[in-house]
Design a protein around this ligand. Structure first.
Ligand code: M6R
Length: 612
């Protein structure tokens, strides 16, 4: 989704802004732009449709734009098609003020009409131009730019992260936020804003996270943050631990492959600090012993792959806690009038911690009295800050749009939480607990074992990449896993694919199976292997090509061609999805590679979906 970088310093702003935008490219965008104010008070803007490289080329071909204060943006179109005109930054009629914006202004049409009636002429189709023109309108009446920003904020409705510069204030950058992420970076003789910390890692690790309705006035030497009533507030500063190389490709062809390969380490980072003397220890929960008391219902709320983690969690939590658990799509939960009370536990899962639907669903659950635990990767993100308790996955920055290591770490963290809670409730037996812990410790090395031999996945991908439709089938935890396998494949390879509970096939879907149809059968969930094996026979007898992912001990129960059968090591059944997902990620990756797709930045997709 859109990215913002702003700079207030004493050196060239353009290079810092472009460099920052480059780090945000992974978020997905269709146009980019930059605006700077020169020392002699000229506002200069360059923007263009397409990738950052196009903007760079334009900048190199034209008169250089220079200034030490600037804002920049990568746009993911919502209002108005992707083109040069709709790209940000936007300006008002008098060309003094420039604005970049993430989010959506809901009442933009009403304000636009008001300004048109006042004689303002609009040039773009965007909601953002309304902010720039309204600022301009107020600025004509009162040339205190910060005052004008407040007036605009009081008038607009919706979500926004804003970066604003004005040619009359060549040392000032203004930022504002509501329901869209924005952080402030503190450097030496320079300060920054960004929608995502990765944009700033090369310059600073000291950041503070803006909260809703805050306005920041930033110069090279100072940062002053105000609340909605214009009171100055002290912001807490945080040190970002992620290192720069973690957000770089490091010799890999794609971030996705790098992140797949990083999974053993990422899982170890999630697990190891929480294992103490053979027990699972969540300090965050130990400090609040009453938090998990009297829970009578659990909702797991998330989107996309995080929702698929929730689907695994539904089976695991119900089994281990005996508490009714539902996995809910955040976009549905927020509008379904959910039955939530103070004995409800909402578990919100999100890599970015900024997914708007997940955040809104979390707020809805909270409003109705639920206690909220979030599982989040990005430290200090909105969901992390607003939940009652946050359990971080500590997977490090994930850049590829298709999640891999974040999914795996969410999965293991949720499973650990289930076992921890089950132990508190006295449900899991000591021998089950001990055996789980033994396997938990071995998990990173078992993931590494699968990753050692990627050739077979490359070969399978070479055989199947031309298929135009793929079905995934499995039961129980394997069904939940199939959902993720199917999403991985479709989002990066653009092959149509669906995942079904294997037992559901004969209730309709089997009519789509014809000679040559590819069916990926997941058979890692031991208790239901025989049932899954019969489903495999059913589709094979209708001519389907079956590719299986099974545990070593179950592999021979499935009668599939040797070259089409992948095995993963056996582990505790609760952890089996953590191994089963690796072949699915690799298969999707190599299929997409064979098809020549833009793997890290699939079409139409964004890494962090901060609009509804
Ligand atoms: O940042 P989040 O975990 O909240 O994101 C949720 C989904 O948008 C995300 O998992 C998406 O489905 C991925 N592209 C899947 O690979």
């Amino acid at each position: 989704m859109c990215g913002i970088v702003g700079f207030a310093g004493k050196t060239d702003a353009v290079s810092v802004l472009l460099d920052g935008l480059e780090k945000l490219e992974y978020r997905g965008y269709d146009s980019a732009g930059v605006a700077v104010v020169s020392q002699d008070g000229r506002l200069q803007i360059k923007k263009s449709k397409g990738r950052l490289a196009v903007l760079r080329e334009q900048l190199s071909k034209s008169e250089p734009i220079e200034g030490n204060i600037g804002i920049s943006h990568t746009r993911w179109a919502t209002h108005g098609e992707p083109n040069d005109i709709n790209a940000h930054p936007h300006t008002g009629e008098n060309g003094k003020i420039a604005v970049v914006h993430n989010g959506i202004i809901e009442n933009y049409l009403e304000i636009k009409q008001f300004l048109i009636n006042e004689g303002v002429t609009f040039y773009s189709d965007t909601d953002t131009e309304v902010i720039a023109q309204l600022l301009d309108y107020y600025y004509k009446q009162n040339s205190d730019i910060t005052e004008c920003v407040y007036k605009v904020l009081n008038r607009i409705r919706g979500a926004y992260a804003l970066g604003i510069i004005c040619s009359d204030c060549p040392d000032k950058l203004i930022a504002a936020r509501k329901d869209a992420p924005l952080l402030i970076g503190y450097g030496e003789n320079s300060n920054f804003i960004a929608s995502d910390v990765t944009a700033l890692l090369a310059y600073t690790r000291t950041v503070s996270y803006m909260d809703d309705n805050e306005v920041a006035v930033i110069t090279p030497d100072s940062v002053t943050v105000y609340d909605a009533d214009k009171n100055v507030i002290e912001k807490e500063k945080h040190t970002v631990e992620w290192d720069v190389s973690a957000a770089e490709k490091g010799g890999y062809r794609h971030f996705m492959l790098k992140e797949i390969t990083e999974q053993p380490e990422a899982i170890a980072k999630t697990v190891n600090p929480r294992m103490k003397d053979g027990r699972i220890c969540f300090e965050e929960l130990a400090e609040n012993p009453d938090f998990l008391k009297d829970v009578s219902k659990i909702y797991i709320i998330a989107c996309g792959s995080a929702y698929h983690v929730g689907m695994v969690g539904k089976y695991t939590l119900e089994k281990l806690l005996k508490i009714p658990t539902e996995a809910c799509l955040a976009s549905e939960f927020r509008y379904c009038d959910p039955l939530v009370d103070e004995n409800t536990l909402a578990i919100v899962i999100s890599q970015s911690g900024e997914t708007l639907d997940s955040m809104a669903a979390m707020r809805e659950a909270k409003k109705r009295g639920a206690k909220v635990i979030s599982l989040v990767n990005v430290i200090g993100s909105s969901i992390a800050r607003e939940s009652d308790i946050v359990l971080y996955t500590w997977a490090g920055p994930e850049i590829a749009v298709a999640t891999t290591k974040a999914y795996s770490t969410q999965l293991v963290l949720l499973t650990m939480f289930a076992v921890y809670y089950s132990d508190i409730l006295g449900i899991i037996t000591e021998s089950e607990y001990v055996s789980f812990m033994r396997e938990l410790e071995l998990l990173p090395s078992k993931v590494s074992e699968i990753l050692k031999d990627t050739e077979k996945y490359q070969e399978a991908a070479a055989r199947f990449f031309n298929h135009d439709s793929v079905f995934f089938i499995g039961r129980n935890l394997d069904y939940a896993l199939g959902l993720e396998g199917s999403l991985k494949l479709k989002e990066i390879s653009y092959i149509h694919s669906e995942s079904y509970a294997a037992g559901e096939l004969k209730h309709g879907t089997i009519s789509l199976i014809e000679p040559g149809t590819l069916v990926v059968s997941l058979a890692t969930y031991a208790p239901l292997i025989e049932k899954t094996a019969s489903n495999v026979v059913e589709v094979q007898s209708r001519g389907a090509e079956v590719l299986t992912i099974a545990t070593q001990s179950n592999a021979e129960k499935l009668k599939t061609k040797k070259e089409n059968s992948f095995t993963v090591p056996d582990t505790d059944p609760l952890l089996q999805p953590n191994l089963g997902v690796i072949p699915l990620q690799l298969f999707a990756y190599y299929v997409a590679l064979n098809r020549g797709c833009d793997i890290d930045k699939p079409r139409n997709l964004a890494k962090s979906v901060t609009v509804e």
